[in-house]
Structures are given as C-alpha cells and as structure tokens.
Design a protein around this ligand. Structure first.
Ligand SMILES: NC(=O)c1ccc[n+]([C@@H]2O[C@H](COP(=O)([O-])OP(=O)(O)OC[C@H]3O[C@@H](n4cnc5c(N)ncnc54)[C@H](OP(=O)(O)O)[C@@H]3O)[C@@H](O)[C@H]2O)c1
Length: 250
C-alpha cells in the first residue's frame, strides 16, 4: 500500500479522498484541512489535521489547494526529501519548495464537490523532478484511472488552456443560454438534447466537420437578426466574436 496525505479540502481534494478510499493500493493516512475540520462524510476525523507540524510520514503528499496557495503551502511543510506533488494544470513544477522531491498529479477533468465522477477514463497527467519517483506516482494514478500519461509542464499548460475553452468557456455559454431562455420564458431543458448531441458528435466527427449554424453558413441576415434580438451588450459581443471566429477559422 502506498501511503498518501492529501493537503486541501476543496473540489479536487474531496474527489481524490473519495476515490482513493475505494482503491486497494492507496491508503490515505491523513488529510490537511486549513479550517473545515468536519470531513466526517469522507474520512475519520482522527485523520484530519489543520496543523502542518502534525503531518505524518507518507510516501506521497498531494497538495490540492488553490493555484496561488501551492507555493505557500509547500513552503510550510516541516520535512525534507519526501515526494510532494500539486494537482494544477497551469502551475509549474518549480513552484514547489526545493526541500522536497517534486512532482505534478494533474487530473484533466472538471470537479465540483456535489457531483460524483468516475475517473477511470480521466487522463492523469504526471510529471516528476526525479525519474525514480515516477513509479510511485504512476501506481497511485493507475489505481484510479486507466489513462495515466507523462506530460511536461508546457504540454500540461497547453492541455489546461484547451480545457478552459472546451469546459469553462462552453459552460459559460450554457449560462448565457440559460439566461436567454429564462428571459424569454422558454425552458432551458429544451436545449439539453442539443447540448448532449453536440458533445457526442465530436466523438466521431472533427469539430470543424461537426460545426453547423448561421456563422458556418455565413447567413448574414440571420446573424444580424440575432444581434438585433439580443439586448445584453455582453451577449452581443460574445456572439460577434464567436461568429467571426467561425467564419474566419471554420
Ligand atoms: N476544480 C477542478 O475542476 C480542477 C481540475 C483539475 C485540477 N484542479 C487544480 O486542483 C487544485 C485545487 O483546485 P480546487 O478546484 O479543488 O480548488 P477549491 O475547491 O477552490 O479548493 C481550494 C482548497 O485550497 C485551500 N487553500 C486555499 N488557500 C490556502 C492556503 N493559503 N493555505 C492552505 N490551504 C489553502 C482551501 O482551503 P479553505 O477551504 O480553507 O479555503 C481549499 O481546501 C488547483 O491547483 C486547481 O488548479 C482543479
């Protein structure tokens, strides 16, 4: 069994705790939670601490805290020469303190606390400072996913930027869709089959081949009528930028 300490109690930390709890090769020996000590629903309270000095020995420490807190947290770890990784898509491996052996354990997925997810098909992108640490990290990753890949910091940043487009921006467009539906008394539910088909279609077609709509057809009359219909300036701007991008780039 590989012993693991999870540092953090947010979206990613909670998912990792839940999933590692089901693993036969990983044992969560402790969770560091800065203030939310009540994690009974996930782990025995005797295993939760909010004191860095009380951190126990482990094979691996996973820092799953906000990007801008990773360096500060790693600076506070009261030990040396242990394997410490973060879970960020965009932060360099170098933000981790030199006192310990560094690595990255980036699950390429979207995590929200109240939505369970099976990580088996989720790529876990690994990076290590010392090659000798790869096997431990790989064993931990393989205990939760069938897709474990070594990725350097530049490739990881490219994947994270891509994920912002494919997930965060698309989800923001769902939010705008929801607002437009609400403002016009039509149910957002009516759009959901379209959302599902759009996502499923690119499993078999390229995004360029899958594109439809007035921008793809360069139907200026429809585009202008939509711009007249939209009253919100932010919605108009986004509509114009995306329409131009589709016309210019396919
Ligand atoms: N969410 C995703 O979809 C996703 C996907 C892949 C990777 N990631 C990466 O995973 C990491 C965690 O993301 P998340 O979504 O889980 O974040 P989150 O839900 O916002 O949770 C952040 C955690 O960091 C802790 N924290 C913040 N500042 C701290 C500090 N100065 N000292 C100690 N703890 C501190 C917070 O503690 P408090 O609760 O006490 O404030 C909280 O437990 C990030 O690097 C993120 O880029 C996220």
């Amino acid at each position: 069994m590989i012993s693991v300490v999870i540092i953090g109690s947010g979206n990613v930390a909670q998912h990792l705790i839940r999933i590692f709890n089901q693993s036969n090769s990983v044992n969560i020996v402790q969770v560091f939670s800065r203030k939310d000590m009540n994690m009974d629903f996930l782990i025995d309270s005797s295993k939760v601490t909010n004191q860095y000095r009380d951190l126990v020995a482990a094979d691996l420490y996973i820092i799953a805290v906000s990007d801008n807190a990773i360096a500060e947290v790693s600076n506070q770890l009261p030990f040396k020469n242990r394997l410490v990784v973060h879970t960020s898509g965009s932060m360099s491996i170098d933000v981790l303190n030199n006192n310990n052996r560094k690595g990255v354990f980036y699950p390429l997925q979207t995590f929200s606390k109240n939505k369970n997810i099976d990580l088996k098909q989720t790529p876990i992108c690994l990076e290590v400072q010392h090659n000798s640490d790869y096997n431990v990290l790989e064993t931990v990753a393989q205990s939760i996913s069938e897709k474990v890949v070594p990725i350097n910091s530049t490739q990881r940043k490219a994947l994270h930027v891509s994920a912002v487009f494919a997930c965060n921006f698309v989800n923001h467009l769902y939010k705008i869709t929801n607002d437009i539906c609400n403002d016009n008394n039509v149910a957002f539910d009516m759009i959901k089959p379209l959302i599902m088909e759009t996502a499923q279609k690119i499993m078999t077609l390229s995004p360029t081949a899958a594109q439809t709509g007035p921008a793809k057809r360069q139907n200026t009359a429809v585009i202008n009528s939509h711009l007249t219909f939209l009253l919100d300036e932010n919605q108009k701007e986004i509509y114009k930028i995306l329409t131009k991008s589709i016309i210019d780039n396919g």
